[in-house]
Write a protein that binds this ligand. Structure first.
Ligand SMILES: Cc1ncc(COP(=O)(O)O)c(C=O)c1O
Length: 391
């Protein structure tokens, strides 16, 4: 995740053996249940941050726990060289859930790893040398994913050179995409709703323009749905939400609800072009990860959580423009509250009132990434707290 944007509510220095790379919230969490966190000193905190978009079902969901336990007892791990029913079942389940015709799945472990493989495939298949990404986009910290992440080169990219040419296009100018995407472009990578970029809705016209231009020049379109996918928009993926289908799509975070798992979904023409050994992994597609992904999808569907996201998101948008909040942006439960004061100050004031929220790359956006089980009564608590914070 983006350590630079996770929070700046405060930093506290303790003697530690952990690499000091994350700014940290000044709370010490011990237990989670549903949308509630309990700290070691007994505070109960209402969580609108969801472990940075991971805890889609909330903490300790019984179906998720049962799947973990069942699979751990049956077989906790097995290599991809040995076929397993749970791996096949989870892939079928995920492609049906997506409903996009991206019917082939490659399982890996993290968002960056999924994007790394997506980009690698695009370069391999097209034989071209350039990628296009959007300004303010975030795709991860590995060599290729970092290369297409806006601002990484200036801030933290440690490799001596980029592995390929990259051009960054403005995120709000569909009419400009032709200038950036040409016949040297292997891949265009985009988050349909940007997360770190400030819960920013890239929007249908932009996604359609990217799709059209990719088709015209033979480039492949990759949707990075690591943060905005898996029901967070109130639809299975941003692709469904906007009605634009990419060639490759990556999912992670809420896919495992806390168990590390990510997936790369491929359209038929990509799946047909790959061969043995083009990709590989030890832990990706492990039975625990697959059992959990299956349970997450089961739960989203059987508990009608996408409908809940849509309902409660609308409620937040209608009621939370109060106190220092002057507007909203984003989609579903990837929401940005626009603040009149620096979002960090609002975040700190909310945490003092036992409500946890996130910030983003935009200094005036407070980011909400709550669990899909959130209800209107809990949103009222956020509104009440906001109403007491000076604008
Ligand atoms: C849109 C997006 N892509 C990729 C990543 C990287 O995922 P991971 O930290 O699992 O490698 C993130 C992480 O925050 C993200 O938000």
């Amino acid at each position: 995740m983006a350590s630079t944007t996770a929070t700046s509510a405060a930093t506290h220095t303790v003697k530690t053996h952990l690499a000091q790379v994350f700014a940290q919230y000044p709370i010490d969490v011990a237990h989670g249940e549903g949308v509630w966190l309990t700290t070691r000193d007994g505070r109960k905190i209402l969580d609108f941050y969801g472990g940075h978009a991971v805890a889609g079902l909330g903490y300790g969901h019984p179906r998720w726990l049962a799947a973990l336990e069942r699979q751990a007892r049956q077989m906790a791990f097995q290599t991809n060289a040995l076929p397993m029913a749970v791996r096949e079942r989870a892939a079928t389940r995920l492609t049906k859930f997506a409903g996009l015709g991206l019917d082939t799945v490659f399982w890996i472990n993290s968002g960056a790893e999924a994007n790394e493989n997506a980009l690698k495939l695009a370069f391999k298949i097209t034989g071209r040398g350039k990628a296009v990404a959007l300004e303010q986009g975030w795709h991860g910290r590995t060599a290729a994913a970092g290369a297409v992440t806006w601002g990484a080169a200036e801030k933290w990219y440690g490799f001596p050179r980029m592995p390929f040419d990259v051009a960054f296009a403005p995120r709000d100018k569909p009419e400009a995409v032709e200038r950036f995407i040409d016949r040297d472009t292997a891949a265009v990578i985009v988050e349909p709703v940007q997360g770190v970029g400030g819960a920013y809705d890239v929007g249908k016209p932009m996604l359609e323009a990217l799709r059209r231009r990719c088709d015209d020049v033979g480039a492949l379109l990759i949707f990075d749905e690591v943060q905005c996918g898996m029901a967070r928009t109130g639809a299975p993926f941003g692709a469904n939400y906007y009605g634009v289908t990419p060639d490759l799509l990556t999912a992670a975070k809420a896919l495992g609800n806390g168990f590390p798992v990510s997936a790369l979904l491929l359209s038929k023409h990509i799946a047909d072009a790959i061969k043995y050994d083009d990709m590989g992994t030890t832990f990706g597609g492990g039975p625990m990860a697959c059992a959990v992904a299956e349970a997450v999808i089961d739960t989203i569907e059987s508990e009608s959580l996408m409908a809940n996201v849509r309902l409660v998101s609308t409620y937040i948008r209608s009621n939370c423009v109060i106190g220092p909040v002057v507007g909203t942006q984003g989609a579903g439960f990837l929401l940005g509250l626009k603040t009149s004061r620096p979002a960090k100050e609002v975040q700190a004031a909310l945490l003092a009132k036992n409500i946890l929220t996130g910030t983003s790359g935009d200094s005036h956006i407070l980011r909400l990434l709550p669990a899909y089980i959130l209800n209107e009564g809990l949103v009222d608590q956020l509104c009440d707290a906001l109403s007491t914070i000076p604008a």
